[in-house]
Ligand binder design. Structure first.
Ligand code: DC
Length: 213
């Protein structure tokens, strides 16, 4: 049986980079659960529905065919780039707060874990709700400016119209929303190892995670 490693934390904390590096190092599968919430959000927006419409979002989540690997394929279409646009960024916290959406995606995440027999799973509620018995729980943080800088580098200057000041404000709004919602808010599991990646290299953080395993 392979280990199940849960990596949670706010946007831009370095979760994806670290999760992918650890999965590659250990030969484990990797699941980005944020990509799943983003995929439902894209469907909601394309349907012309209001992101606050819980029933529509939950229905679209239940009906969708989704595979999240190297590429994210939603109902037969490669949406890897589309789920990371600023319009999806702006709506995803609202869609992810609906309990019906969460119930569907959490069930799919647990099924993924069972089918792989372990893996590296990143998100907001992985150590607290999805896999409370994970072999290792990491809660990754970084200071807000550093998180905005990373997000800007990810987006490229063309898409980040407001610059890093506006991005930092958007990220902190999204984090505040994700942390205070009623259903499975972003929270540190009591048995999680908290790592601040602000002044650390990827290699350094990866080494520490591996040493904790
Ligand atoms: O990790 P990310 O920025 O791609 O996540 C996008 C949004 O999805 C984030 O604002 C909150 C939500 N999310 C969640 O509620 N639970 C998860 N396990 C993963 C993401």
């Amino acid at each position: 049986m392979s280990p199940l490693i849960a990596i949670d934390g706010p946007a831009g904390s370095g979760k994806s980079t670290i999760a992918r590096a650890i999965a590659a190092r250990l030969g484990l599968s990797h699941l980005d659960t944020g990509a799943m919430y983003r995929s439902v959000t894209l469907l909601v927006l394309e349907a012309g529905a209001d992101p606050a419409d819980a029933d529509t979002a939950a229905r679209l989540a239940k009906q969708m065919e989704l595979s999240c690997n190297e590429r994210v394929v939603l109902n037969g279409r490669d949406v890897t780039a589309e789920i990371r646009t600023p319009v999806v960024d702006a709506a995803v916290s609202t869609v992810a707060a609906h309990p019906g959406v969460r119930a569907e995606l959490v069930a799919r995440q647990r099924a993924w874990g069972a089918s792989k027999g372990g893996g590296v799973v990143e998100g907001r509620d992985i150590g607290t709700v999805v896999f409370p018995k994970a072999d290792l729980k990491i809660y990754l943080t970084a200071d807000p400016q550093e998180r905005a800088r990373r997000r800007l580098a990810q987006l490229g200057a063309s898409q980040a119209a407001g610059g890093d000041g506006e991005l930092a404000a958007q990220l902190s709004r999204r984090d505040a929303f994700d942390s205070t919602r009623a259903a499975s808010p972003l929270a540190v599991a009591p048995d999680a190892v908290v790592l601040d990646s602000t002044h650390r290299s990827v290699e350094d953080v990866v080494k520490e995670v591996l040493s904790r395993l």
